[in-house]
Ligand binder design. Structure first.
Ligand code: PRT
Ligand code: ZN
Length: 285
């Protein structure tokens, strides 16, 4: 039977979340000791474990059909591949940082500076668009120590918590790119491969949607019910169930995670009581 080949990072920051995504999509895998490749037990998927930097090339060549990789790597490598979905993990930003002691007002302060980075293409484009002349020094690792050892005046590297910059006496001054893991694909999948990819994407979207939302149950006295209902839209509309105590009703709905605490505060103010919040596993609309 035909299978779709997916490339994921062999080890590193995207590995755990990539495996979890497969699991959340109910795709079962056994990972062998050599961790080179494996086949899903209940979905037509073969998993190849690779270094993240190699994934865009493998996708362009069609060695893998789809792959999970950081947007930062994908855009830096400039391969002919397609982004199919953002995945909501591996979030970070590619930022320019300068020594804390340097007074920094705006991007013009970077003119003529030497900048160390593992992302020469993205950094060059960033400066070109802003008419800044900076000298780019490509280095492959430990970029943050470059200013300290006199290799460069400033750096451009990935940042998530900011503690690496802080520990190296650097401050973040410009964001070149906001990044997260994406699912990318080879440009020319055949029709069977496309069908499998769409099935996989369907599951990914259901999982993503569920993560962005919470199931909420609350009790409210009947005279306050109208206000609560108009505030809680739900997917179609909220469910209202009678309670044994006929003066109150139970309301069930789905709320977005982003503004979750704001919604809870407003519900309380509108008279909601006994609020229960539950995770949702999948949402299929
Ligand atoms: O072995 P392989 O080549 O596959 O892995 P790798 O070592 O090249 O990559 P890896 O595992 O470090 O990162 C894989 C992907 O994770 C990156 O391409 C990003 O898309 C994403 N990601 C998310 C990050 C970070 N957050 C991150 N913080 N990648 C790297 N970092 C590093 C950064 O380079 C810096 O050294 O973490 C440090 C900064 O972190 P904070 O928290 O101190 O700011
Ligand atoms: Zn890498």
């Amino acid at each position: 039977m035909d299978k779709l080949k997916i490339a994921i990072q062999k080890s590193g920051r995207l590995y755990e979340d990539s495996i979890k995504l497969l699991k959340d999509c109910s795709i079962e895998i056994n990972i062998g000791i050599d961790k080179l490749k494996t086949t899903a037990l209940n979905f037509p998927l073969e998993i190849l474990f690779l270094r993240d930097d190699d994934i865009p090339q493998y996708l362009e060549d069609g060695v893998a059909d789809i792959g999970i990789v950081g947007k930062n790597v994908l855009l830096e490598k400039r391969k002919r591949i397609k982004i199919k979905e953002t995945l909501g993990f591996g979030k970070c930003r590619l930022s320019i940082a300068v020594p804390k002691s340097l007074s920094y007002n705006n991007i013009k302060d970077l003119d003529g500076k030497r900048i160390a980075t593992s992302y020469p293409f993205l950094v060059r484009e960033f400066f070109k668009k802003r008419y800044i002349n900076a000298e780019i020094h490509e280095i492959s690792g430990a970029v943050e120590i470059a200013p300290g050892i006199g290799l460069a005046d400033c750096i451009c590297d990935l940042v998530s918590s900011g503690s690496t910059l802080f520990m190296n006496g650097l401050k973040e001054v410009e964001t070149v790119l906001q990044s997260e893991a994406v699912l990318a694909s080879h440009l020319h999948l055949d029709s069977t491969q496309n069908i499998i990819m769409e099935k996989f994407l369907f599951r990914i979207r259901a999982v993503k949607k569920a993560k962005d939302n919470k199931y909420i149950l609350l009790n409210v006295s009947n005279e306050k019910l109208e206000k609560i209902i108009s505030y809680l839209p739900g997917i179609k509309s909220p469910v209202i169930l009678p309670l044994a105590n006929t003066e109150c009703s139970s309301v069930h709905s789905v709320v977005n995670e982003n503004d979750f605490w704001g919604i809870i505060e407003n519900l309380k103010a509108l008279g909601a009581q006994d609020i229960l919040v539950l995770p949702i596993e999948k949402i299929i609309l």
